[in-house]
Design a protein. Sequence first.
Length: 542
Amino acid sequence: MRNRDHIVLVGPMGSGKSTLGRALAARLGLGFIDVDERIVAEAGRSIAELFASEGEAGFRAREARTLAQALGEAAAVVATGGGAVLAEANRAAMRGAGRVVYLRVDADAQLARLQGDSTRPLLQGEDRARTLAALQATREPLYRAAAHLLFDTTQFAPDAAAAALAERLRTLRDDADMSDTLHTVEVGGATPYRIHIGPGLLDDGALLARTLRGRHALIVSDGNVAPLYADRVEAALRAAKPELRIARHVVAAGEAEKTLANFGGVIDALAALGATRDACVFALGGGVTGDMAGFAAACWMRSIDCVQLPTTLLAMVDSSVGGKTAVDIPQGKNLVGAFHPPRAVIADTAALRTLPPRELRAGLAEVIKYGAIVDADFLHWLDAHCDALLAGDDAALAEAIARSCAHKAAITERDPFEHGERALLNLGHTFGHAIEAEQGYADGLNHGEAVAVGMLLAARLSATLGLASWGDAEALRALLLRFGLPVDIPDGLAPEALLARMRLDKKAQASGLRFILWNGPGAAKVVADVDEAAVLAVLRGG
């Protein structure tokens, strides 16, 4: 039997896992286990010597055995090696053994802490800063996916860090148990917030009310979702905070309703409620509701809080995270909007049980996108868990959502206003948005389906331009088909008309079309000034 009361520390080298871990263990009255130190003691050789004699693969196998042994012992603070999260089995074991904390540190502080360290085999190159940046880009999404809590150690001395982390852990312990279906992803940056993922969260009044700073709340939903969940959310809020003044605003369902007129209706509802600067908008529904309600929250009194309550998989892994809010106009999708990070995201996976299979598959298109842009191993995981995901398995969905949100959180922290890297999240969207706009947002492919077609077109354009192989494109096509997603442009949409739509896309520049393409799975890139003739050739062959 594994112990479920451990505190497991993950994070890059130099984040303080060993030093802070000892101080935290002393403060909490727990034992302390340093996995790397135990490996060295048992092997009688240094980590560098083990890497040299066994290779990294051999060391990782030894690391996995030692970690499993440690997690089976009495409750302790367990400091893992920086690469322990690379193995999915390790991440699952850590999450099942207690509370996992990702210790984050900024690049300058990390480099300063490691400047004189000559013992680490992965740091033997000349350019340590570049090596550390490359390791962090690969591992950060895995740290986030494994962790229940993110804690930044950059500005803390060990004792102060231990005191602050102990308090955060007490809060986390009160929030929820750590079952396989419950995840928390922390988003940092200038406006930090938490993403809570798991079944039954829409009925958790304490969690919902904890996001409130004032006495006014507006629940915005649509005609499909409100009958299912609005009463439950309102009842949970009232039970937790009886003095709260709550109003509802319900719009018709569908992408065609994400208009300036309906945005105005949300503003009118806030005015009728008498919403003050500390009011909160609860966006209950899919991406249309989240985008429109978030935009209204951004504009009312120049910004009030918005809590995203996504009820579709697409919204859980994409539109609810990152703070993009907008409405559509006839000339294009999401052309009027604002960046407005949410106060929190609360994703109740039980809501997916009532989601039509087509909508579930559409959300899985965006999940596949994260593997395509930054994590080829995630694509393999999705392929292996396809049947469970399509069947609505709670644990599989929670894991897929958490990993997707971790990837998006990592990117949006580094580029909150889409000046650079964040554009990678739009793989397939230039093509997909053009398809949606040409359809008029009402009939034909929905957003996730259009993105699926768009991703394949982007992969084919990459092959046409010599950036990636045609085999990569065909492998992506096979995976999309396995998930029941469309891969062809709908009949009746003219290539020239789609190209004209792309010229209005937000990613286009004065010098020409800009696309998110790839060098292969997990290696997306921004490519500017793409030849329109090549784009037309792909559209005509699609």
